[in-house]
Design a binder for this molecule. Structure first.
Ligand SMILES: [Ca+2]
Ligand SMILES: [Ca+2]
Length: 330
């Protein structure tokens, strides 16, 4: 009968009890360890799912932005052929709640900025290309001046980009200039992949770069400045005669009446200044009323992390394509 065991000597009962306690506590430790491991796995999976979800939201945001540009393409082909800040694609998507977080996005026209690659000059360049680079160089000098930055940076940038290794006079800089530095390097002598490359150029320190950065871009081909989206400094640099006040005036006029063709801008300049002083050909070669290159920037904030996607979009004749994506997680 089970009764017998209950009758066992006292010390045996003690051993059995201790053994039981040890077994129970070991089982508890194992259970706790297992639960902890399980919780970590759940957490890890959760983070992966959230990150995937966040990334899909950034792609959704990009698709939305692309959709707006496709709509604009249709609008353009129905006779409204200009790109301006009054159009739908230019409207910001304010922080909008989504499942587990929020999304915000903004599409900007990169042709509102000066494209540094307009200064790229091949070794065997045509007269037309040389003239275009000369006009863009003069433009960049005026832009630097309007930002109160040294104009000498323009020639150094042109030397960095052009294929020859002859320094422009008086402010250019080719290999010799950079090979004498403590940490020497050579000029690229080719187009820039990123505007941050400016930091390598003679005369461009951190402060100069930060001041210049909002007004410059690097696009894969020569592009004109869109006078409907460029801000006052960029517009002001288009002509010697323009100052801050009349550049601002042109900006406020275009809010009501965006420029539908480059000539409308030239005609407006001729009204503002002495007609003979307006360098029509030079300015016409620098400007446009439409754009091909746009940047979409979206930030998706989820509970545990945020993601920022910057996409370069190209609006062609028939479709809008994504050229590049840069993703950051923070
Ligand atoms: Ca348009
Ligand atoms: Ca060069």
């Amino acid at each position: 009968m089970g009764f017998e065991s209950a009758q066992a000597p006292a010390h045996q009962k003690g051993v059995a009890l201790i053994t039981a306690i040890i077994i129970v506590s070991m089982a508890s430790i194992a259970a706790v360890a297992m639960t902890h491991e399980l919780q970590l796995t759940i957490r890890r999976s959760g983070n992966i799912i959230t990150a995937d979800q966040g990334y899909l939201f950034t792609l959704g945001s990009e698709a939305w932005s692309r959709g707006m540009l496709i709509r604009d393409l249709k609008d353009d082909s129905s006779g409204n052929k200009y790109d301006g800040l009054d159009e739908d694609w230019a409207q910001e998507l304010p922080p909008t709640p989504v499942e587990g977080g929020q999304v915000e996005a903004v599409t900007t026209d990169l042709q509102a900025r000066f494209n540094l690659n307009n200064l790229y000059l091949q070794a065997e360049a045509s007269e037309e290309d040389k003239q275009s680079v000369a006009d863009n160089l003069a433009y960049f000098q005026r832009l630097l001046a309007s930002l109160e930055l040294p104009e000498s940076i323009a020639q150094a940038t042109a030397d960095w980009l052009d294929e020859d290794i002859k320094s422009l006079y008086p402010d250019g800089a080719e290999d010799m200039e950079y090979l004498n530095l403590d940490r020497p390097y050579r000029t690229a002598n080719g187009p820039m992949a990123s505007a941050t490359e400016m930091r390598l150029i003679k005369g461009v320190d951190r402060d100069v770069y930060e001041k210049l950065a909002p007004y410059i871009t690097t696009l894969p081909e020569r592009t004109a400045i869109n006078i409907n989206t460029a801000d006052a400094q960029v517009v002001q640099a288009l002509a010697e005669e323009l100052n801050e006040a009349n550049a601002e005036q042109l900006l406020s006029e275009r809010e009501e009446n965006p420029f539908k063709e480059p000539n409308a801008f030239i005609e407006r300049l001729k009204e503002l200044f002495d007609e003979n002083k307006v360098k029509s050909d030079e300015i016409t070669s620098l400007i446009s009323v439409e754009s091909r290159y746009f940047q979409m920037e979206t930030v998706v904030s989820m509970e545990s992390s945020s993601q920022r996607l910057v996409s370069l979009l190209y609006k062609g004749e028939k479709d809008v394509i994504v050229i590049s994506r840069t993703l950051g997680v923070f």
